[in-house]
Design a protein around this ligand. Structure first.
Ligand code: SAM
Length: 182
């Protein structure tokens, strides 16, 4: 009888797309710094309804890809914790919020955004981050979903969406139900 020896060959580590996704899933500490490609930020800004008197606000500026591309004729402001400007300490009223928030703080971010925004709150988030509970929280704060665009950003986990909650409408563009069906 011939004895068979099984050799385990260690796979070479490759930085493939699926490897990147896998690493994100197993991350122990939220890093929360994900830079939005500038052409995407520009496209998302254009999905808002603007008026000359509106104040635009980017609570999480980092690269400035949102902030720098807000309509040039409007007033605008920003926060970024890395520059010691904490969004949660910002309490001036603004009209349009548009950004890519830290995903580990979404509930807190939404609650504070709905307190200071007078018209629209637009956030780039993972598609799984839009939960029925969060839609309900928005509705209770007087904001309703008026727009959703879905897309893929290389290196962001799964698919992303840009969702706009508006205070100027009284119905979501999608229906939802909070029952957990079994
Ligand atoms: C997902 S990144 C997005 C950066 C930028 N908006 C973009 O799209 O390129 C989130 C940013 O929020 C910042 N951040 C986290 N907590 C914050 C806070 N409490 N106030 C202000 N900025 C904060 C992080 O430093 C990070 O730069």
């Amino acid at each position: 009888m011939v004895k068979r020896t099984i050799k385990f060959v260690k796979k070479k580590k490759t930085n493939t797309y699926s490897q990147i996704n896998h690493n994100i899933k197993n991350r122990k500490v939220a890093r929360d710094v994900f830079i939005t490609p500038e052409p995407l930020a520009k496209m998302l800004i254009d999905t808002h309804i603007n008026k000359p008197e509106y104040i635009w606000f980017d609570p999480f500026r980092n690269s400035g890809h949102f902030y720098n591309n807000f309509p040039f004729q409007n007033k605008k402001d920003w926060c970024e914790i890395l520059d010691n400007k904490d969004f949660f300490k910002y309490d001036k009223p603004v009209d349009i919020i548009s950004s890519n928030p830290p995903y580990s703080l979404i509930d807190k971010v939404m609650a504070h955004s709905f307190k200071i925004a007078r018209h629209e709150v637009g956030y780039l988030i993972g598609i799984n981050n839009l939960t029925t509970k969060r839609i309900e929280v928005a509705n209770k704060a007087g904001f309703y979903i008026k727009y959703i665009q879905m897309f893929k950003v290389y290196k962001f986990f799964g698919f992303s969406i840009y969702v706009i909650f508006s205070k100027d409408i009284d119905k979501n563009i999608i229906d939802y139900n909070r029952t957990i069906w079994r």
